[in-house]
Design a protein around this ligand. Structure first.
Ligand SMILES: [Ca+2]
Ligand SMILES: [Ca+2]
Ligand SMILES: [Ca+2]
Length: 301
């Protein structure tokens, strides 16, 4: 049986802005504008522009003391953040067996885990796996509790057999050795906060096929990366994509931008993940296969 060594480099693009001042938020909600305008529009837009205009309130402007600054009036002083984007990569070397799941609490070895780490919980690791991601809110004795699970419509079930929790704290993915009798998977998660009224889109592209010299692992073409076939592709947790097939099929990564997640409204801490899948056949050439995947988040205007 041929064994193949695969390594991947994954590069995330980060877009940052400063947070708005005039807002109230908690863990569960954010009020983006919390005063009443005397006129204007929240959502004036054309094909190219978005404008939040207002007729000014009677008492408006800025006043300061030694310790405080007060900006009065509807949207006064707002330095609006438009979009933030973070990418979280599964560290395959730090997986640990998950033995039970109750709501958002997983029974697991907590060694090396920290509050605010993003984690992936994977039921039945391999070709039929069911995955979900969350952000650790608390750590107990042999348990971690996440804020909320994001999945692709199916909640993972943990029976303690072949179920694992992985920190999403990697920067590159190393699948290790592949064989024609199994396939390997890896999660790349991302979180977007977008103030755009029309939401955002996340796209992916590759710098070329998964390759070792002149040898390549074929892009999946039949909608499913299968054990024993030399195929490589990915599936998104976003199940309602209108302009790609990542929501319904294992889909090839290409050098063109392809949509893997989107929202059509302003979104706060919106999460999704891509599941990479790779398999080899018995006659594939041995080697160290690699490529680079890039992600970009853009606002919809
Ligand atoms: Ca299981
Ligand atoms: Ca490709
Ligand atoms: Ca196939």
């Amino acid at each position: 049986m041929n064994k193949k060594v695969f390594t991947f480099a994954v590069v995330g693009f980060f877009v940052w802005g400063s947070f708005a001042q005039a807002q109230m938020s908690s863990t569960n909600f954010k009020i983006r504008w919390d005063s009443i305008s005397t006129g204007g529009s929240d959502t004036a837009s054309s094909a190219s522009y978005l404008l939040r205009d207002t007729a000014q309130t009677a008492i408006a402007g800025s006043s300061t003391s030694a310790s405080y600054r007060l900006d009065q009036g509807y949207r006064s002083g707002v330095d609006e953040q438009m979009i933030s984007f973070d990418v979280f990569v599964q560290d395959l070397s730090l997986g640990r067996s998950a033995t039970a799941l109750s709501g958002t609490t997983v029974s697991v070895d907590t060694t090396g885990l920290s509050i605010n780490n993003y984690v992936g919980l994977v039921q039945d690791v391999g070709s039929g796996q069911v995955s979900m991601i969350g952000k650790i809110q608390s750590i107990g004795s042999g348990t971690v509790t996440v804020d909320v699970w994001k999945h692709s419509g199916t909640l993972a079930v943990v029976d303690g057999v072949n179920d694992s929790l992985y920190p999403l704290t990697g920067s590159a993915i190393s699948f290790g050795q592949l064989s024609s009798s199994s396939l390997k998977t890896a999660l790349i998660a991302f979180e977007v906060t977008s103030a755009n009224d029309n939401g955002y889109v996340v796209q992916v592209y590759e710098d070329g096929n998964l390759r070792s010299g002149s040898n390549e692992i074929s892009d999946v073409a039949d909608g499913s990366v299968s054990v024993g076939s030399a195929e490589y592709g990915a599936r998104s947790s976003d199940t309602s994509l209108s302009d790609s097939t990542f929501d319904t099929s294992d889909t090839a990564l290409t050098s063109a931008f392809q949509t893997i997640a989107s929202e059509n409204t302003a979104s706060f801490a919106s999460r999704n993940f891509l599941t990479l899948k790779t398999a080899v056949d018995p006659i594939a050439s041995s080697g160290s296969y690699a490529h680079t995947i890039s992600f970009i988040a853009s606002g919809n205007f």
